[in-house]
Design a protein around this ligand. Structure first.
Ligand code: ADP
Ligand code: MG
Length: 348
């Protein structure tokens, strides 16, 4: 499909490695004072003065984490950066730099990489981060992407997964389940396309959830909002795998239990209608879906008034002593133990 979309195909070997790197990165500027040296030397040089540096890396493998038959390369470039920035925001830090490393097989022309870097550039601009390095190499088959995101924070502002306390409130941003259902829609259209390539899918009714899958956003705005509200969460994590596995991570690391209320889980109307269409339970999808990149955090009860009524934030439960365990209180008011049903168990 990449071949079909790019009438012009310049083979990568025509440029050579240095020519390629230069070509792909020439339009990136450095905007942060902390970026002393970016691309071009053996290593980048950063200066965070008396603040702490926050570093996170993720790897994305074609066929495992993304499918290029419905993921346009520009979106992939954007999303690859976003998923890494999300980890920085989950520490309550400001993302400042990224490095982007790619391995591609000879099936990828220069134009495909240009498209990928357009997405990278767009994310860097939107989130104000500097591209300061990376690596470029070949792979025997498919595309592999590794991104490192770097951020900065005052030591006192950093939020870990391990400091939630009994009676803290459990809060989630945005709404859940959209990205997983967007993938179901795209998967279904791919199957239809295989049978009838002339069939033009109408994705319009699903635009919200398809966008949640193809062009997710990281919650930089929430880190800024919390600062403005003068709320420092007691613990925080980003929702990459699904609400239930993230709650279990917070609880295990903080050595606490939790009660999560099914009727409080925020769902977009499109998520409710699409889950009915796919004959899936919307709560299950929110719990186990994944790739929503919302933030999940706990706050002291005394901070409740500061966040109350904010449309971006929903209180979905509260932290309990460890002995009480981690439970979902259903709409029918039954209490069931939460289990880690991450992304994998749901897709296989
Ligand atoms: P080395 O041989 O020391 O690994 P490279 O030739 O791989 O150096 O890289 C030269 C410069 O280009 C370095 O600053 C490196 O960080 C940067 N760079 C290499 N590949 C990429 C890429 N895909 N995206 C951004 N910067 C890159
Ligand atoms: Mg290198």
């Amino acid at each position: 499909m990449i071949e079909d979309k790019n009438p012009q195909r310049t083979a990568l070997e025509n440029l050579g490695e240095f020519g390629l790197i230069k070509h792909l990165t020439q339009h990136f500027e450095l905007n942060h004072e902390s970026s002393l040296k970016g691309i071009g030397d053996d290593a980048a040089v950063l200066d965070f003065k008396n603040k702490k540096a926050i570093v996170s890396t993720d790897m994305l493998v074609e066929g495992v984490h993304f499918d290029l038959s419905y993921m346009p390369l520009k979106h992939l470039g954007y999303k690859s950066v976003i998923v890494n920035l999300s980890d920085i925001y989950a520490m309550n830090a400001t993302a400042t730099q990224v490095t982007v490393s790619i391995a591609v097989s000879n099936r990828f022309p220069l134009e495909a990489l240009e498209e990928f870097y357009e997405g990278v550039a767009m994310a860097c601009k939107m989130y104000n981060v500097d591209l300061v390095g990376g690596d470029t190499t070949s792979s025997a088959k498919g595309m592999i992407i590794s991104i490192t995101a770097i951020g900065v924070a005052e030591e006192a502002d950093i939020v870990y997964r391990c400091d939630a306390k009994p009676n803290d409130l459990l809060v989630v941003t945005g709404d859940l389940g959209g990205a997983y259902l967007g993938l179901q829609v795209l998967d279904r259209e791919k199957e239809v396309f295989k049978v009838n390539p002339n069939n033009q899918p109408d994705l319009e009714p699903y635009s919200y959830i398809v966008e949640r899958q193809l062009k997710p956003e990281a919650r930089k705005d929430i880190v800024e909002l919390l600062e403005k509200l003068e709320v420092k969460p007691t613990s925080m994590i980003d929702i990459s795998d699904g609400l239930s596995s993230e709650i279990l991570h917070l609880c295990n690391q903080s050595e606490v239990g939790c009660n999560l209320f099914e009727d409080k889980i925020p769902l977009d109307p499109t998520v409710i209608s699409a889950s009915e269409e796919f004959k899936m339970d919307s709560t299950m999808i929110a719990l186990s879906g994944g790739e929503d990149y919302e933030l999940l955090f706990t706050i002291d009860q005394k901070d409740f008034d500061k966040i109350k009524g904010n449309p971006n934030l929903t209180v979905i439960g509260h932290i309990a002593p460890e002995e009480e365990g981690v439970h979902l209180i259903t709409r029918a008011n039954t209490k069931i133990a939460l289990t880690a049903q991450g992304w994998n168990s749901f897709t296989s």
